[in-house]
Each structure stands twice: as C-alpha cells, then as structure tokens.
Design a protein around this ligand. Structure first.
Ligand code: HEM
Length: 447
C-alpha cells in the first residue's frame, strides 16, 4: 500500500517535472519569438503611456473581477493618463483612445474597418451582419442598407413613433407611484417600433414575443460580456461545455425564432405582390421644411457640416430610397441575386439587435436622469408646453426640431451614459495618432 502510493507519487512527480521542464523552455522560446517578430510593434508601443505591467502577463491583473469591477478599474486608471493609454494583456496590445479627434481618424477611415477579435462572440447570433463584417462585404452591404435609414424614411415613420410612445406611456402609468424598471418597458417598446418601421411588420407581436425577444437579448448580452472578460470562456469548445453555452443555445432559439418569423411573413407578403412604399406623412409641410431638414439644417448642431453614407442626395427621391429596410432586403434577396437568404437573416438579426438595445438603453438612461434632476425635467416639460399648449395632438417632425432643450438633455445623457461605451478595431498597419494632443505624432502598429 505504502509502496504503491510512493510509486504513484513518484510517477506524478516525474510527470509534473516533465511537464514543467517542457513548459518553461516553451514559454521562454515563445517570449523570444514574440519579442523578435513583434519588435516594430513593441518599439512603437513604448512611446505610448500606460501602467507598468508584469512580465508575460502584462496588465492582465487590471482586468480581473466582474465586468463592473473591470470597467470601474479601467475608468479610474484613465484619469492617471492623458488621451491615450496602452495595456498589455499578455502578448495582446490594447490602445485606448479618448480624444474624439483620434477616434474620428479610425472611425472615418475606409481602411481601419476590421472589428477586434472579441466581436466574434456575436457570430452565432449576428452571423456576418454589418456589425461583424469587414472588407468588400461590409462596404457593399453598408451601401445597400444606408438609404433605408435616410431622414426622409425616418420621417415617414412618425405616426408609428407616436402610437408606440403613447402605448408605452399608458402602460407605465399603470405602475402608479411604485418603483419599477423602465428598461423592461423601453426594450419591449423599441422592439415593437423596429418591427413596425424597419421591418414593416405591423402588430406582429401581440403574443408578446417582442418582450420575450428583448429579455433574451439582455441575457445574451450578459453571456457575451462574460466571454469578453473571463479568459476561460473564450475557447468555443470550453464555453460550449458550460452552463452558459447551453443557455446561449436556448436564448438564440428565442431570438432567431422572432427574426425568422418576421422574415417568413415578409417573404409571404412579397410573394403575394404586396409592396410597402413609404409616404412622408408630413409631405404638405415638407416644402416649408425642406431646407431645414437637410443635414446641415438639423437642430443636431454637432452634426452640422458632417456628411456620411446616410446622406443621400435629397433630390434623389427614387423608389429604393423610400423603401423600409426589410422591403429593400426582400428585393435584394430575390433569387439570391444581391443577398442570399442567410445574408438577409444576418442583417435582420443585426438591425433588430443594434436598433432596439441601444435606443432602449438610451431612453431608459434619459428617464432615470430626468428622475434624478426634477429641475431639469421641469424645463423640458415647459418647452413641450410651449410647443403643444393644451393640445395632446401627436408630435410632428417639425415639432421635434423645436425641442432644443430636450435635445441637449438627450445629448448630455448619451455623453454621460453611452449605450455603447466601448468599441474596438484591429489595426493592421502603422497609424499616426495624437496629432492634436501631442507635439509628436504617435505611430503604432498592432498586427
Ligand atoms: C442611441 C442609439 C444608438 C447608439 C448610441 C448607437 C451606437 C452605435 C455604435 C457606437 C456603433 C458602432 C459599433 C462598432 O463599430 O463596434 C453602432 C453601429 C451600428 N448601429 Fe447603432 N446606435 C444607436 C441606434 C441604432 C439604430 C436605431 C439602429 C438601426 C435601426 C442602429 C444600427 C446600427 C448598425 C447596423 C451598426 C453597425 C454599422 C456598421 O458597422 O456598419 N443603431 N451603433
């Protein structure tokens, strides 16, 4: 018995000795290889400020704990530095940019469009939709879809915005003086709005599948955030063995269940010849407001002078431009000519997620901020009273242009509580940054 345990112990010892004697040289070799092969990147990274890290693991300890703790740690750390910070997560170099002018260099570029590796966790859900895709596919699909979010298309939805807003206000009113989470209401409402506007499917979710969808999305996002922060949940094979992997399968069934239903219904309508051409409900006042509704004339002062691919020439009032998102996709998906069925599904999943989750968070933050600042809330109400007087008529697009104070409150809420607080890109070529905040350009490469 004793001899047996001694033999086992010595066998165990020798196995661990062999393992360690292989691991240590392997790590040393990898370290040397990394230092040589990434010499250029390491030299450039040295010019960027950042907290001292430990050998091999770098600053990984900063990212321990729950998502909240991690985010708080990073947020606090950011105050010790200026507008640009570097962190090493083992061999991975992360550069955090905080100067909007630096961020603009990346986001306005046609080159730096590769999403960072972390986005791949969205793939089982969103496939290769706009959020994940890159290169020619991203460019082509973005160009195809952009006109469906043109201002004139959005203006044609104003009646639906009004009706859904009234419904959610009436539903929240029933809560009375009780404390409740407005985010649940906002999520269901923004899903309903998207279904009725971008997807052009009217009242399809009487069965509350919109609510179930929104709740499933919240839980999916929790799982994705866990995978972003917990290193052991990153490999798919390991993740699939965990409870989270099983939960993900169940949640995706609910999420994809709704989008598949929506596409099937639309396809049916399309086949039976039904076409949904949008009409501007404020056409009569259009002539008057045509000038102020061009991008420069919008009260969104910050956007003045900026043009992006959503700015289609206003004179180009083609039928395509007047189609809602899913109608355009149906046309593009005819016989798989421009889009395959799978691509249609990926873009629908992407827009359903991106369109409702962000706006639900933004409007919930806004309501909470108004609740915390009754004096500011009062001024917002005053402005609305000046526009509407005693009338409870629906809001027009022109009315929204008068809501200057409300708009500033919305913008400030977005600044303080951004629904998407972090986005990331992989940079594969040298890039000049810090042009504005530093005397010398910082050049970095991360490949
Ligand atoms: C307050 C509201 C919103 C905020 C704060 C917001 C924020 C963002 C941000 C930060 C990104 C960049 C993500 C990245 O590159 O990693 C993004 C992308 C995107 N958003 Fe929004 N968004 C909002 C509303 C919407 C709405 C209403 C829709 C559609 C109906 C939408 C559709 C998209 C799509 C499709 C993308 C991917 C675009 C691409 O990569 O080409 N978003 N959004």
């Amino acid at each position: 018995m004793i001899a047996g345990s001694a033999a086992a112990a010595s066998a165990g010892l020798s196995a661990s000795t062999v393992f360690l004697s292989l691991l240590v040289p392997a790590l040393v070799l990898y370290y040397i290889y990394f230092k040589i092969s990434r010499r250029h990147m390491i030299e450039l990274a040295e010019k960027i400020p950042g907290p001292e890290g430990l050998p091999l693991i770098g600053n990984t300890l900063l990212l321990l704990g729950s998502s909240d703790t991690m985010f708080r740690n990073l947020y606090r750390k950011s105050f010790e530095y200026d507008q640009i910070i570097k962190l090493w997560l083992g061999p991975k170099l992360l550069i955090f940019l905080m100067d909007p002018r630096d961020v603009e260099i990346i986001l306005s570029s046609n080159v730096y469009i590769d999403k960072s590796a972390e986005y791949r966790f969205f793939q089982p859900w969103l496939g290769n939709g706009l959020l994940i895709s890159t290169g020619p596919k991203w460019r082509a699909h973005r160009k195809l879809i952009a006109p469906t979010f043109h201002l004139n298309v959005l203006k044609s939805f104003i009646d639906l915005f009004n009706a859904n807003s009234r419904t959610v206000v009436e539903r929240m009113r029933k809560e009375g003086d009780k404390e409740f989470d407005c985010h649940d209401y906002m999520s269901e409402c923004t899903v309903e709005i998207l279904l009725e506007t971008a997807m052009g499917v009217s009242k399809s979710t009487q069965d509350r599948s919109g609510y179930e969808y929104a709740m499933a999305v919240m839980k999916m996002c929790d799982i994705l955030h866990l995978r972003h922060t917990k290193v052991w949940l990153r490999p798919d094979w390991l993740f699939n063995l965990t409870k989270y992997g099983k939960d993900q399968i169940r949640l995706l069934e609910i999420i994809h269940g709704l989008t598949k239903k929506v596409i099937a219904r639309k396809k049916q309508e399309y086949k039976s010849g039904k076409r949904n051409i949008l009409h501007d409900t404020e056409q009569s006042s259009n002539a008057k407001t045509a000038k102020i509704t061009s991008v420069e004339g919008l009260s969104f002062g910050q956007a003045a002078g900026l043009k992006d691919d959503l700015d289609v020439d206003d004179n180009d009032v083609g039928e395509k431009k007047r189609q809602a998102f899913l109608d355009l996709l149906m046309e593009a998906g005819q016989n798989g000519s421009v889009l395959t069925d799978e691509e249609v599904k990926e873009q629908v999943d992407t827009i359903m997620f991106e369109g409702h989750d962000t706006t639900a968070a933004a409007s919930s933050f806004f309501l909470s901020v108004m609740g915390c600042h009754p004096d500011i809330q009062e001024k917002v109400i005053q402005e609305l009273d000046e526009i509407f007087g005693d009338s409870d008529r629906p809001a027009t697009f022109q009315d929204t242009l008068e809501m200057k104070y409300l708009e500033r409150c919305l913008m400030e809420t977005l600044r303080m509580y951004p629904p998407v607080p972090v986005i990331a890109r992989t940079i594969n070529t040298d890039l000049k940054l810090g042009e504005f905040s530093k005397p010398d350009f910082i050049r970095l490469e991360n490949s």
